[in-house]
Design a protein around this ligand. Structure first.
Ligand code: NAD
Ligand code: ZN
Length: 319
């Protein structure tokens, strides 16, 4: 099978021929129909995120497709089932068994996955939407709803209106909040308004007069988190999802004097993933996706690095 492999830091993924995976006990092989491109892959390539494995390694953690082989002891799935892989980061973190993060991932025609991470795709949800929902929707949903605890009538702000952030805006709007968006790229604003944002800005500091109850930072560059702490209201919440910085500095005095609650948010629960699939099936969340050819994966990652993407890029490794 064909796969794109991470081989070294600061290096394009290598397009190689690999043997097909076979399922170990408790695992199944999925023919990857759709894989989503996440900004975290760039952090791995850049060395901001340190992966738990030695290269070469297959990235790609937003995966949906069809079950094509079943290992011993797997009873819940049959050949031909349409499935997606949950990225379980809550309440426990299951990175070690998550494809593209702890084991070889979905930038390949086939991937071996742990059956415990699989979710059946509802009839009314496309395979593309199920794939991107695993991370770019479910992670955003968890961050806004569970980690930030957004309630009806609140004013919130979402920083970074990309793959995750647009779905963060939508989650906030569904929760009954008034949502403001921030992105350095104003081309994201129309999509953010369509997702429910009242107004969008190019600077976090523009939020200061709005005194948001919660700010969810889907960039995590350090400066964005620091600005979020500055603009959030007294006793407000700042949730960091973006992994753009290795270390961050912010005004200690501001955090303390305003009694700001600062927390991180990683992935989602399997149940939350099922909930977002339900919301997509009902048409209440409409992930924005653009398809690129599998052979153009590195070009897609290059576009993502330069902020030249609206919503999520997806590709079809199986053609
Ligand atoms: P993306 O590239 O699709 O979107 C990022 C957006 O942020 C872009 O629209 C870009 O224009 C905007 N942006 C960049 N710098 C900015 C700044 N200084 N101020 C405001 N906006 C800015 O990325 P994505 O795939 O949505 O991922 C976002 C971040 O979340 C990445 O750091 C990724 O690694 C991280 N992530 C975290 C988790 C988690 O579980 N915590 C899961 C997935 C991704
Ligand atoms: Zn991701």
């Amino acid at each position: 099978m064909k796969a794109f492999r991470y081989v070294a830091k600061d290096t394009a993924l290598e397009y190689v021929e690999l043997p097909d995976p076979t399922p170990e006990p408790g695992m199944v092989v999925v023919d990857v129909e759709v894989a989503g491109l996440c900004h975290s892959d760039l952090h791995v390539i850049d060395g901001i995120m340190t992966p738990p494995w030695e290269p070469p390694f297959t990235l790609g953690h937003e995966i949906a497709g069809t079950v094509s082989a079943i290992g011993d002891g797997v009873e819940d799935f049959t050949l031909g089932d349409r499935v997606a892989v949950a990225i379980i980061g809550y309440p426990e973190v299951q990175s070690r068994i998550t494809p593209g993060i702890g084991i070889d991932g979905g930038y390949a025609e086939r991937v071996a996955v742990h059956a415990s991470t699989l979710v059946r795709i509802p009839y009314a949800v496309s395979t593309a939407h199920a794939a991107v929902a695993a991370d770019s929707v479910a992670t955003a949903y968890h961050a806004v709803r569970t980690a930030a605890g957004v309630r009806p009538g609140e004013t919130i702000a979402v920083i970074g209106l990309g793959g995750l952030g647009l779905n963060g805006v939508r989650t906030g709007a569904i929760a009954g909040a008034t949502v403001y968006g921030v992105d350095t790229n104003p081309h994201t604003f129309d999509a953010a308004r369509a997702a429910g944002a009242r107004e969008c800005f190019t600077e976090v500091t523009a939020l200061a007069d709005l005194e948001p109850d919660a700010v969810i930072d889907f960039v995590g560059l350090g400066s964005t988190t620091s600005d979020a702490i500055d603009v959030v209201r007294r006793l407000g919440r700042v949730v960091v999802v973006g992994l753009g910085a290795k270390n961050t500095t912010f005004s200690h005095g501001t955090l303390v004097r305003k009694s700001v609650e600062l927390r991180g948010s990683y992935g989602a629960s399997k149940d939350e993933y099922r909930q977002v699939l339900g919301l997509i099936a009902e048409g209440r969340i409409k992930p924005v996706v653009e398809e690129i050819a599998f052979a153009d994966l590195n070009t897609g990652l290059h576009r993502l690095r330069h902020g030249n993407v609206l919503g999520r890029l997806i590709t079809r490794p199986g053609g």
